[in-house]
Design a protein around this ligand. Structure first.
Ligand code: PBG
Length: 307
């Protein structure tokens, strides 16, 4: 009876699995801060992609760890960068697996900030130009969707223009439209080696206290050409997901982030709760709030349990 009257069903079709691609060869190293996650070199990524596709998961989201960092983050748009190489390899081996790429400079800059620094501050407009170059290089390598997570103002417009002007009108943009300055990114920053060297990200990421501002940020990104909009993190922002679902008609993604993922692992390891049941409850709540797409490190564990 419960099965018959259930209102919300998470499907494997909703899931996106994040992957960390690291410069180098034959590298598969567990990420210390994130249970079950690995740093993989581009040559090993196709095997992983095949397994993900076999589980029925429709998409991966690629994050890059470069060989070298510099002030501008120039490896971010290198044709031979780890992410660009990974895209080509995945598309060759598993063409039907959707490849989404994270577009942000924080893994590539020596400062660990999501943009270039001028006079001690992140320079918004100069950063947008670099992000557009980065997104274009991902499109050229074969990415299906680019996903800017930097939170600069105007970057969606800049990326959309760069894609259109260079023959990549079909590449979609999934915008991290309402991304909050959150403590729940902690494990990820270790995994991606992207913690800011000074200051914090509050100058560009949103204040968790602001719900109306989130609606404004989402509306702006849709106007600038975003195809899919995202709310991030998911759990402390279920009200924002719900409000965005009510107000906007485009596909809505939610990012169940590293800290949310590791809270469940840590509690389960301590024997405080049933990890698998907590995982399903959380994923269901994100769907019930209104997300069409759930980006989660749980995707591979959840997939076999879903229809
Ligand atoms: C890059 C980026 C971050 C995450 C995704 N893209 C970290 C940050 O903004 O500091 C976090 C993802 C997670 O915690 O799982 N800007």
């Amino acid at each position: 009876m419960r099965r018959m009257v259930r209102e919300t069903a998470v499907s494997v079709d909703d899931l996106v699995y994040p992957l960390f691609v690291r410069a180098g060869e034959k590298l598969k190293k567990p990420v210390a801060s994130m249970t079950g996650c690995f740093h993989l070199s581009a040559d090993l990524i196709a095997d992983e992609a095949e397994e993900i596709a076999r589980l029925g998961i429709p998409a991966v989201l690629l994050f890059g760890l470069p060989e070298k960092k510099d002030e501008k983050g120039s490896e971010a748009w290198s044709e031979t960068g780890a992410v660009q190489e990974a895209i080509r390899r995945i598309k060759k081996r598993v063409p039907d697996l959707l490849v989404i790429t994270d577009v942000c400079l924080c893994e590539y800059t020596s400062t660990g900030h999501c943009g270039v620094i001028e006079n001690g501050r992140v320079a918004n407009d100069a950063t947008c130009e670099l992000l557009a170059k980065m997104a274009l290089s991902h499109a050229q390598a074969g990415a299906d969707i680019v996903a800017p997570s930097d939170m600069m103002d105007g970057r969606i417009g800049a990326i959309r223009e760069a894609l259109e002007c260079n023959g990549f009108a079909d590449v979609a943009i999934m915008s991290y439209a309402a991304k909050f300055a959150s403590a729940f990114y902690g494990p990820f920053r270790d995994a991606a080696e992207s913690a800011p060297a000074f200051g914090d990200r509050k100058g560009y990421q949103m204040d968790p206290a602001n719900g109306r501002e989130a609606m404004r940020e989402i509306a702006l990104d849709i106007e600038e050409g975003a195809d899919i909009v995202m709310v991030k993190p998911a759990l402390s922002f279920l009200d924002i997901i719900h409000a965005a679902r009510e107000r906007f008609d485009c596909p809505l993604a939610a990012y169940h982030v590293s800290g949310e993922y590791m809270m469940i692992h840590a509690a389960a390891e301590k024997g405080l709760l049933d990890g698998q049941a907590a995982m399903m409850e959380v994923l269901t709540s994100i769907k019930r709030a209104g997300a069409d797409i759930i980006i989660t490190y749980f995707a591979k564990s959840a997939a076999p349990l879903l229809h």
